[in-house]
Write a protein that binds this ligand. Structure first.
Ligand SMILES: CC(=O)SCCNC(=O)CCNC(=O)[C@H](O)C(C)(C)COP(=O)(O)OP(=O)(O)OC[C@H]1O[C@@H](n2cnc3c(N)ncnc32)[C@H](O)[C@@H]1OP(=O)(O)O
Ligand SMILES: CC(C)C(=O)C(=O)O
Length: 517
């Protein structure tokens, strides 16, 4: 059976999803979970894009040992240097360099002739080969490129040293038949293709990213690129969990497998969803909450008689545990630590103690603590911003009545430890809270987006709020969890501001260190 490499781009193309912004600590947590999942390659970011991306790629390269780490670059010496600087100390530095090959992109975006594109591609691959043992080259918008041109440029970049060639369907335009044909065509026509890995990278604009990726495998692709939960630019990328599970369930047809530990899928999906704020739709294939829920009588009857009547994937395959160990207010530290490890969290003793205290507080208020609650508490603890960074919510009181003006009174502790108190009104309770917080902050801020999810089920479920704001002229995002919707809303707003303050403080520190201050 063939083994297909899995190239995960959740932290690069996935982070290109509108409204998603992960900080370095969060990216490292995702990368560690991707390593546990067993992905072959982690595309950690685009180092030339920003200081933050550069730092995240560097730290991920230093942290991850069992997957190779790569960074993206345009066909530009400056971009390639940035990837090299961020990954040069890793065991197997790997570069992903791309240039567009479709007439639309070459003419209108790059403003280059096909010959100039070939020249640029060859020059940059040759340059990269001086540093990187593995150079992956991508023909952006391959799906809309001329096949004979693709053959020509591939031959040249392979000659220059590229050992992995990616043929992306950048705009999600391909059909399975057409995408598969492209892979077969280049395999048959590029003269020096032996020993070169072919990679597929699909977008989901027409809802065909998974089907197209599988068609590429049928026609000779050795590597599949995608993201967890299918997040990514526009309608997203191929969902890796769908591709991997389809290969396992239809092994009879595809005759191919991956190295993924499929029982880490659910956990990875939940972590990515929580940190990005991109909720997984209940009916999403493989990881949706309803993926294993049987609703109607005839189906339930069938399931009771013989599960295979309606179940092609077992929940256990992707790590959904049907036996629940319920933790409650009588549970102790050992059971809590055990559960944390089982959920994939290896916290320091101090963070574990703090998470345990939060869990005990919640257990006093909530009837039953489910895995989703614990996952939320542990993720927040694992990725929280350090003590003393920014503003802390001390107390909050909200008055609401149908005939009254909603009013929020808030007490905040600021960065210097001073307490501030203020009350403001709004047209609703959340607006009153946000008006109050905005008046207490030293720089102007404005809410751009607000989303709320419930964690777990039932009336006492936790509320999880995601916000995107503009603070001090820059865009930032944050999340807050609490049993009360209003408290979660306030916490999310402050989390977004604190993340921005932390980022700015880190930048200042770096500039000061560089200047020798
Ligand atoms: C299909 C994909 O997903 S590609 C990856 C997309 N990811 C990103 O764009 C990451 C975030 N991007 C950024 O931070 C910025 O766009 C940067 C830092 C990369 C570049 O910023 P700027 O220098 O300000 O350029 P800007 O983004 O406005 O325009 C892109 C430039 O790169 C050029 N370019 C685009 N792709 C390539 C390529 N593969 N190779 C070389 N040049 C390229 C464009 O033609 C344009 O050049 P021009 O300025 O001569 O017209
Ligand atoms: C950079 C390439 C691989 C890409 O993301 C795309 O074409 O969608």
């Amino acid at each position: 059976m063939r083994t297909i490499d899995i190239f995960d781009t959740t932290l690069r193309d996935g982070e290109q999803s509108a409204g998603v912004n992960l900080n370095t600590v969060e990216k490292i947590e995702v990368a560690k979970q991707l390593e546990r999942l067993g992905v072959d390659v982690i595309e950690a970011g685009f180092p030339a894009a920003s200081k933050g991306d550069f730092d995240a790629v560097k730290k991920i390269g230093e942290t991850i040992k069992n997957s190779s780490v790569t960074g993206l670059a345009r066909a530009s010496i400056r971009d390639i240097d940035a990837v090299w600087e961020s990954l040069k100390t890793t065991a197997e530095p790997r570069l992903h360099v791309f240039i567009a090959t479709s007439p639309i992109h070459m003419t209108h975006k790059l403003k280059m002739t096909p010959d100039q594109v070939i020249e640029k591609a060859v020059e940059t691959v040759k340059y990269a080969k001086k540093f990187f043992p593995v150079v992956q080259w991508s023909a952006e918008d391959a799906g809309r490129s001329d096949l004979n041109f693709l053959v020509k440029i591939m031959e040249e970049v392979i000659g220059a040293g590229a050992s992995v060639i990616n043929l992306p369907d950048t705009v999600g335009y391909m059909t399975p038949q057409k995408y598969g044909d492209m892979f077969r065509f280049v395999r048959e026509n590029v003269p020096n293709i032996d020993g070169v890995k072919l990679s597929a990278h699909c977008h989901d604009d027409l809802g065909m990213a998974t089907a197209n990726s599988l068609a590429a495998i049928e026609n000779g692709a050795d590597q599949i690129e995608g993201t967890i939960n299918g997040i990514g630019e526009r309608a997203g990328n191929a969902a890796l969990e769908e591709v991997a599970v389809a290969l396992r369930i239809r092994e009879d047809f595809y005759g191919a497998s991956t190295r993924l530990k499929l029982d880490e899928i659910k956990k990875t999906s939940a972590l990515v969803s929580k940190l990005t704020g991109m909720r997984v739709p209940a009916n999403k294939a493989v990881v949706g909450n309803n993926a294993f829920a049987h609703e109607s009588g005839i189906h339930q009857d069938g399931m009771l008689k013989e599960k295979t009547t309606y179940e092609i994937i077992t929940p256990e395959l992707i790590g959904v545990n049907s036996t629940r160990l319920v933790l409650g207010k009588h549970s102790g530290r050992h059971a809590f630590k055990n559960k944390a490890l089982e959920l994939g969290f290896d916290l320091t003793e101090e963070k574990l103690k703090e998470a345990f205290d939060t869990f005990k507080d919640l257990a006093d208020k909530k009837k039953e603590i489910v895995d989703d609650d614990l996952f939320s508490i542990l993720t927040n603890k694992q990725t929280e911003i350090g003590e003393g960074a920014g503003f802390k919510l001390e107390r909050m009181q909200v008055q609401y009545g149908m005939d009254n003006i909603p009013t929020a009174t808030i007490e905040l502790r600021d960065e210097n430890g001073d307490l501030k108190q203020l009350a403001s009104t709004g047209s609703g309770s959340v607006e009153a809270i946000y008006n109050t917080i905005e008046s207490m902050l030293p720089s102007p801020s404005r809410l751009l987006d607000y989303k709320i999810n419930s964690v777990g089920g039932g009336r006492d479920a936790l509320a999880e709020v995601y916000v995107r704001l503009e603070y001090d002229g820059d865009s930032t995002s944050g999340r807050g969890t609490a049993q009360d919707v209003l408290e979660a809303s306030a916490r999310a707003y402050l989390n977004a501001v604190n993340r921005m303050l932390q980022q700015k403080a880190a930048m200042k520190e770096k500039v000061a260190v560089k200047a020798g201050v």
